[in-house]
Design a protein around this ligand. Sequence first.
Ligand code: CA
Length: 450
Amino acid sequence: MSQLSRRQFLVSAGASAAGAILLKGCSLNPPSPADLSPKAQALSLSPSTTPEITNVKLGYIAIVESAPLIIAKEKGFFDRHGMTNVDVAKQASWGAARDNIEIGSGGGGIDGGQWQMPMPHLISEGLITKGNRKIPMRILAQLNTQGNGIAISNKHIGKGFGVNLAKSGAADYIKDLKQSGTPFKAAYTFPKVNQDFWIRYWLAAAGVDPDNDLDLLAVPASQTVANMRTGTMDGFSTGDPWPDRIVRDKIGFLAVLNGQVWPYHPEEYLAMRNDWIEKHPKATKAILKAVMEAQMWCDDPKNRTELTRILAQRKYFNVPADYLFGPYEGKYKLGDQRQEVLRPELATMYWKDGAGSVSYPYKSHDLWFLTESVRWGFLPKSFMKEADRVINNVNGEKYWREAAQELGIASKEMPKDTSRGVEKFFDGIQFDPTKPEAYLNDVRIKNIKA
Ligand code: CA
């Protein structure tokens, strides 16, 4: 079955009464063994596939992006490839993850894990580290696409918050709030990375200048939700299950999903310290093979109930499992009319999506993140001359290809090129990776710095 028809199938399967009853009252406790499918079988490894080391510490943030790491651990995929002592370690925040990669597992930190973009590039270049220390990192795989959205506080119901803010009048409403001295306030969890970019793109497409027409700031997720509840925060750009949680708790509504702004966009990535990779190339590929198999497992609709139960546990996401089920099906309540949509093509995906491979780390996507960083003045314009060098240092697509080959992935399943080609956004803007300057020229609102 193709990806799409499989997903259509899962929707009808998931909508069955039996499925709904099964999910009712799911607790945050570990699922009972009877609810779990068998773990992956250990492979008999050859000298060329036996990892140099069996332990590694990988950080994650409790949002759907981390599922392949958690599943690789829980379903035995790490063990299967000889990585029998993987510590999948919850990180308190993105800042904590950054601090932990700086010190490495030897210093009580982490060797790698889940990252927003372009954190691996910024860390490698010493741009967000203490004392500007350069800590070379390599991206090994993309963890997922989509699964992120922008939630708006209930006090803005009726103001036209949806995909297109210009047409609905919400763009003018945001600007008026600024004029009247009560600027719209929106948060993301870490500056100058994905969720900051997503809300900026959406606002700017409607003619709202994110640097001048509202207040955008980095706030931890739980605090943002508390502030939305008390009315001191107006918006939140974040990953599932937060948006759905905000809707369920009647604090706010989902204005837009990032999949509506940029279908099948790059989301978060697996990246590790390069010194660890160079010392342990076979272990690196073992980790990659395990994560790839976990990604396939996560995308398989027959595993969905189990997936949500594993992630829901207190030690992982600490949310009711049924909060996760809807977003995985593409079932979202959208807009301030809370219209429930069932659009599987907007759900998060881990291995494959409508544009091909999710897992493969395209260099063209690294380039978009760096170009967007220049668009908003996070990196100087002169950085565009450095982009290829930085991407070639940080992007580890060659490890992905080798791991995929060892896993027996058919070559027709592997991307031919390091570029996914021209990317199309909802407002008609295109990003041609061979002409990033043309994109910087085409976007109307920007804050490019010399
Ligand atoms: Ca995200």
